[in-house]
Design a protein around this ligand. Structure first.
Ligand code: NDP
Length: 277
């Protein structure tokens, strides 16, 4: 790498061809005038360690980490941020001469989208998080930091939801259960953190979880403005306010970009471009 070479960043996943991260970071780089490149890399689980070490040794500055590497990437870092350690998952790697640091910007991205872009009030609210996989792990802590009245994690596998809530029991307001044991209460916010939508499915929630006052957020996103299966289901059961995960995707990327480059990009223009298809 010469002094004039652009700083190198990228995303690693398997598969990764669907990723919108190169588009988003390319947009941010142009907007903020950064001399950098951002490429996607399809890296199988067996190649994760050699790829990351080689990328760092070649002078690479940072990587985003997506499915299925978010948990295993934690074993490659010299240091973990507090939020990545709490989540037990890494979505951002920062690289310098001293080594590799792991961070997790998913939760901050979701909270920023909810509170800043969508004006959803989290303080004192009743929140239902559906799903207990990697995405749920990343967002439970940051949601609890906003002091909801109660946060229920409901999973198809009740034991996983229960185990996840157990990691946060010091907050007091959190409980885990199966989808068939969701407490009967009017939730202010229901977040779909499952991958059910990838198969065109909707998690088997009781319709009573949704009232006209419930804000429904689907971390998954359709293509452009197409509605996701979960949001179609929620609307049929009376939900009047909803959003899909484009805003979280863009806000978590902005958070990573700021960690890497020390400059916060505006998120509105790229969000509008993505939603437009
Ligand atoms: P994981 O594979 O780690 O977890 C998937 C979760 O979904 C598990 O809890 C699984 O349950 C549950 N699940 C899958 N199918 C069903 C179903 N039919 N009914 C009920 N539960 C189901 O995936 P991630 O957590 O990493 O990702 C989840 C979703 O969030 C994906 O669609 C991903 O694209 C999206 N995401 C969006 C982001 C954004 O920026 N907008 C960021 C990160 C993720 P079980 O434990 O029983 O298998």
């Amino acid at each position: 790498m010469t002094q004039d070479s652009p700083a190198e960043y990228g995303v690693i996943g398997h598969p990764v061809a669907h990723s919108r991260s190169p588009f988003i970071h390319g947009f941010f780089a142009r907007e903020t005038g950064q001399h950098m490149v951002y490429r996607m890399h399809d890296v199988s689980p067996e190649r994760l360690q050699p790829f990351v070490i080689d990328f760092w040794k070649r002078g690479g500055k940072g990587l985003n980490v997506t499915v299925p590497h978010k948990i295993n990437a934690g074993s490659l870092v010299r240091e973990m941020s507090q939020r990545a350690a709490r989540a037990g998952a890494v979505n951002t790697l920062l690289m310098d001469a001293h080594g590799i640091t792991g961070d997790n910007t998913d939760g901050a991205g979701l909270v920023r989208d909810l509170t800043q872009n969508l004006k959803v009030i989290l303080n004192g609210s009743r929140i239902l998080v559906v799903g207990s996989g990697g995405a749920a792990r990343g967002v439970v802590g940051p949601l609890l930091d906003e002091s909801p009245a109660v946060l229920v994690i409901a999973g198809r596998s009740a034991h996983r939801a229960d185990a996840l809530s157990g990691q946060f029991e010091s907050f007091g307001a959190v409980a885990g259960c199966g989808l068939d044991a969701i407490p009967a209460m009017a939730f202010d916010l229901v977040i779909n953190a499952t991958s059910a939508g990838l198969a065109g499915e909707v998690p088997a929630l009781p319709a009573s979880a949704i009232t006209p006052g419930t804000f429904c957020y689907d971390m998954s996103y359709g293509s452009g403005s197409a509605e996701t299966a979960f949001l179609t289901w929620a609307r049929k059961h009376g939900c009047e306010r909803s959003a899909q995960g484009w805003g979280m995707l863009v806000e978590q990327a902005a958070e990573s970009f700021e960690l890497w480059r020390g400059v916060r990009p505006a998120t509105g223009p790229v969000l509008a471009a993505l939603k437009g298809g």
